[in-house]
Ligand binder design. Structure first.
Ligand code: HEC
Length: 138
C-alpha cells in the first residue's frame, strides 16, 4: 500500500472514531478503572453500536444478546463513574452518571424480556444521559 494511503486512512479513521479502550476489560476490571477517559471509552465502545439500532421496531435474538452484553458494560462503567467521581464533581454529574446506570439496567431487563419498544426507549434514555452530561461537563 502506498504510504499516502496509510496516512490518509489514519487521518480519516483517527478523526471519525473514538479511541478504543486500552484492552477488552472484564466487568470486574471496569469496576477498578480509575481514569474517567478510559471509563468513557469503555462506554462508547459498548454503547455506540447499540445506539445505531435505536430506531428499529424489532431486534433479532443476536441483537438482543449484544444489547445485554453492552448494557452490562455501560452499567459497570456508569456505576464506577458515579462511585469515583459522583461526589467530587458538582451536581448533576453524579445524578447523570446514575441515570445512565439506571437506563442501562432497564436496557438489560428490556432485552431479557425481549420487548422491542422497551429496548428502543431504554437506548434513547441512555443516549440522553450521555448527551446531557457532555453538554454540562465535557
Ligand atoms: C456523568 C457524566 C457523563 C456521562 C453520563 C457520560 N459521559 Fe462521556 N464524558 C464525560 C466527561 C466529563 C468527559 C471528558 C473527560 C475528559 O476529557 O477528562 C467525557 C468524555 C467522553 C468521551 C471522550 C473520551 C476520549 O477519548 O477523550 C467519549 C467517547 C464519551 N465521553 C462517551 C460517552 C458515552 C458513549 C456515554 C453514554 C453511554 C457517556 N460518555 C456518558 C462525562 C460523561
Amino acid at each position: 500500500m502506498p504510504r499516502y494511503t496509510i496516512v490518509l486512512a489514519l487521518i480519516v479513521f483517527g478523526v471519525a472514531c473514538v479511541p478504543s479502550p486500552k484492552q477488552d476489560y472484564t466487568l470486574e476490571q471496569i469496576g477498578k478503572l480509575e481514569s474517567l477517559v478510559e471509563l468513557m471509552r469503555v462506554k462508547a465502545q459498548a454503547a455506540d453500536p447499540l445506539f445505531k439500532q435505536r430506531k428499529q421496531a424489532s431486534f433479532s435474538e443476536g441483537e438482543l444478546q449484544a444489547m445485554m452484553q453492552g448494557a452490562a458494560r455501560v452499567q459497570a462503567s456508569a456505576t464506577t463513574v458515579a462511585r469515583r467521581f459522583g461526589k467530587s464533581r458538582k451536581q448533576p454529574f453524579g445524578e447523570l452518571a446514575m441515570k445512565l446506570g439506571n437506563s442501562s439496567t432497564e436496557l438489560l431487563a428490556a432485552a431479557q424480556a425481549r420487548q422491542s419498544a422497551r429496548v428502543a426507549a431504554a437506548l434513547e434514555a441512555m443516549r440522553g444521559a450521555c448527551a446531557a452530561c457532555h453538554r454540562a461537563f465535557k
